[in-house]
Write a protein that binds this ligand. Structure first.
Ligand SMILES: Cc1cc2nc3c(=O)[nH]c(=O)nc-3n(C[C@H](O)[C@H](O)[C@H](O)COP(=O)(O)O)c2cc1C
Length: 260
């Protein structure tokens, strides 16, 4: 029997449901109140998120729940001195984790020494699906949060702080708490330019850049943030014209993931 999560309705031409409406209004939150985020809440959020689909039922993920201030301080430094990481009530580390898979193979006389890019991707995707599911489950209870890719600045040091075994690495973290700010929605690229029908329309990719530079510049200026007229393309160029995290592949190899 199929049961919908919530009731769908139409606003003008737009089909809407609670979940769709929620997604349209989602925004990253970086400031949290001191109010406790109980273990019951975290358990409810994570246990629901573990229903996410998982490639070949591998369930190649695990989550480390961090509440201790000293650990959050260390993670804050490692993620590039991000103060919300130190100030979050709870930090969840979403890990790709091959230990279960390795255990299964060992029982049947095999090992994981030849694991390859596919295994690395599968476990990383698994962890990401669980992370996004947890994010939405938390928001359904009124919590808000922020994903933290800065954990991959120094993947091995983060693994050490979290006590991860070989064959596990933190794909991204998540700050989670009761919101103490209500940020404006950050615009997205135009729907029409991101969606293709039957075949990819290359002309759309070029067309969207000017429009999005303008929309993002307007947004940043409206919230008092410094930017240039070429807001998005400038940001992206500044961040990615020089290769980042160049030691990531060798760090992941040392942690037991062969991404070559
Ligand atoms: C995997 C991932 C990693 C991220 N890492 C960081 C981070 O380390 N620090 C941060 O401030 N925001 C981080 N973000 C948040 C993005 O900057 C944010 O989602 C994006 O700018 C869009 O803004 P919005 O979520 O408010 O719509 C991350 C988001 C994702 C999905």
């Amino acid at each position: 029997m199929s049961v919908s999560i919530d009731t769908a309705s139409s606003v003008g031409d737009t089909l809407i449901s609670e979940t769709i409406n929620h997604l349209h209004n989602r925004v990253s939150v970086r400031k949290y109140s001191d109010k406790l985020v109980s273990s019951e809440i975290i358990d409810a959020v994570l246990s629901a998120s573990f229903r996410a689909p998982t490639s070949s039922n591998i369930q190649a993920y695990s989550v480390v729940i961090v509440r201790e201030q000293e650990t959050k301080n260390k993670l804050s430094v490692l993620t590039g001195n991000q103060k919300h990481v130190a100030n979050t009530p709870v930090f969840l580390a979403f890990c790709a984790d091959l230990t279960g898979m390795e255990g299964a193979l060992k029982r049947h006389g095999h090992d994981m020494e030849d694991n390859n890019l596919e295994i690395g991707l599968v476990s990383t995707i698994d962890a990401s699906l669980v992370g996004m599911s947890a994010y939405l489950a938390a928001e359904s209870l009124g919590l808000h949060g922020l994903m933290i890719g800065g954990v991959r600045n120094d993947t091995k040091a983060v693994a050490e702080v979290l006590g991860l075994p070989r064959r596990a690495y933190c794909v991204f973290g998540m700050c989670l708490g009761w919101p103490a700010e209500t940020p404006e929605l950050k615009p997205r690229m135009a729907y029409e330019n991101m969606v293709h029908h039957e075949k990819y329309d290359v002309a759309k990719s070029e067309a969207q850049l000017d429009a999005y530079d303008k929309a993002l510049a307007e947004h940043y200026r409206s919230i008092g943030k410094n930017t240039t007229d070429a807001s998005w393309t400038d940001d992206i160029d500044n961040k990615f014209s020089i290769p980042r995290r160049t030691n990531l592949r060798s760090a992941l190899k040392d942690l037991g993931f062969n991404f070559t």
